[in-house]
Design a protein around this ligand. Sequence first.
Ligand SMILES: Nc1ncnc2c1ncn2[C@@H]1O[C@H](COP(=O)(O)OP(=O)(O)OP(=O)(O)O)[C@@H](O)[C@H]1O
Length: 265
Amino acid sequence: MSGNPAKSLKMNQADDAARFSIRCNDLSVQFANNFVAVDHVQLDIEAGHISVLIGPSGCGKTTILRLIAGLQTPSTGNVDLRPNSTAGDGQIAFVFQQPSLLPWRTAMENVILPLELLGRGDAKDRHNQAMQTLASVDLADSHDRLPHQLSGGMKMRVSLARALVTEPSVLLLDEPFAALDDMLRSQLGELLLRLWQERLFTTVMVTHNIAEACVMAHQIHVMREGQIEQSIENPLPWPRSETLRRRPEFGDFYGRVGDALRDDA
Ligand SMILES: Nc1ncnc2c1ncn2[C@@H]1O[C@H](COP(=O)(O)OP(=O)(O)OP(=O)(O)O)[C@@H](O)[C@H]1O
């Protein structure tokens, strides 16, 4: 596959219609203590693209994800999802840094939960859908394990499966791999890219890791003090994988993003 897989994969019109672009229009959040966490942000995210938000701690990255998810009410502006102005149930999924699995439910029972809450299908449909999704994160054999019987990386894969089981159009990830060691982090990055290439959900990911941002993103948005300071198009070729890090142009782009972050400081 060459070029942008979002464009080169064969997709029918129904698939196209199911994909969302995200427009943040003049978004601000001022908390009750008057602190302005997000300051008139204008941000466009193309349907089926991966955008990364990066910037110093406290600059408003998580608050932007919460605004897109509808978990935070803006003080000014709005989030416009297209083709539908609001996403339906299960169309936006959120993955947090902590897997937050229910400890008394097996991997399968955790993954099935969103389908139960949404009342999707009958018990057999739900089971099949959850099993397929667990298989897509290479955990079919561990479906009956409780969270305490899973490693940190496996828990995060269950968390990813739980997010993807509803087949969302938008995936929001808040430092999803930050608690994992480098090796596991890059393996999960590869897995996420593979899942994205299969499903092409519009993705917004927060990370502090420049290399991860360079491997994953179409666009990297550098934030500072509640604002998008710079949006950088990622020129690195697709398909992406961790081996990209060995290419000379990777180092150049990494340096560019690093400079943008340093300029912020
Ligand atoms: N409910 C709240 N009331 C007041 N201030 C808040 C509230 N929630 C968040 N903040 C502040 O808003 C700012 C932005 O928070 P946010 O979590 O979006 O930052 P972030 O860029 O994701 O940080 P980090 O990289 O450390 O996770 C921070 O300074 C935070 O302390």
